[in-house]
Design a protein around this ligand. Structure first.
Ligand code: SAM
Length: 196
């Protein structure tokens, strides 16, 4: 049983503490995807304090397991406490470490992978995710439009490296004939890629 009150408290605390959590409109799109796809196992890259992982638990069957990776030890610690308070700890495995190192060590296969961590690492995350995704699975990437920088010709911004890596990610998902992709202008941009 999900403790909705604790989930609400987690959201407002995260926003207060300026922890970047999934935006409401992005979550609404993912909710629909989860309800349609009925995944058995989800991988999330970028747990923060466990908000999106808890929401994913809410929108999936009780048998669905969510593995989620967080680099920052303090955030991961908070996430472990938060998922307990919300009552979803039996369904969420929080893995502490750098996803670049963790991803090659994972043995499970996933129906949905949600990428929501360092933007400069998105091409690496995609490459590793392709080894872990089930056929017909979906790879979702949040913040793919990065405040509009990705689609503008303004390239002198201090975040240029991240922008270039996001562009590289978009090129790969839109040009590879093995993928079916769309990019939605919800939140900070969400890409949805079906692996054929
Ligand atoms: N998915 C979370 C939510 O909506 O509730 C928000 C995740 S936040 C946007 C991104 C998180 O990714 C941060 O907590 C950050 O510490 C983590 N992160 C950044 N680089 C990472 C990496 N290489 N491996 C694992 N986690 C990383």
């Amino acid at each position: 049983m999900i403790n909705e009150e604790e989930l609400k408290i987690l959201k407002s605390k995260a926003l207060n503490d300026h922890i970047p959590i999934i935006m409401d409109d992005t979550l609404e799109v993912i909710r629909e995807i989860l309800e349609n796809e009925k995944p058995s196992r989800i991988l999330e890259i970028g747990t923060a304090v466990g908000y999106s992982a808890s929401q994913f638990a809410k929108y999936t069957d009780d048998s669905c397991i969510i593995d989620t990776i967080e680099l920052d030890e303090e955030r991961a610690k908070q996430a472990i406490e938060n998922v307990k308070k919300i009552g979803v700890e039996s369904r969420i495995n929080i893995i502490v470490g750098n996803a670049v190192d963790i991803l090659p060590t994972l043995n499970n296969k996933y129906d949905i992978i949600f990428i929501d961590a360092a933007k400069g690492k998105y091409p690496i995350f995609l490459n590793e995710s392709l080894k872990l995704i089930n056929k017909n699975g979906l790879i979702l990437a949040d913040n793919i439009l990065y405040k509009g920088y990705v689609m503008s010709d303004y390239n002198k911004h201090k975040q240029r490296t991240a922008v270039n890596h996001l562009r590289e990610y978009i090129k790969e998902i839109t040009e590879n004939p093995d993928f079916e992709s769309k990019i939605l202008e919800v939140g900070d941009g969400l890409s949805i890629t079906r692996i054929k």
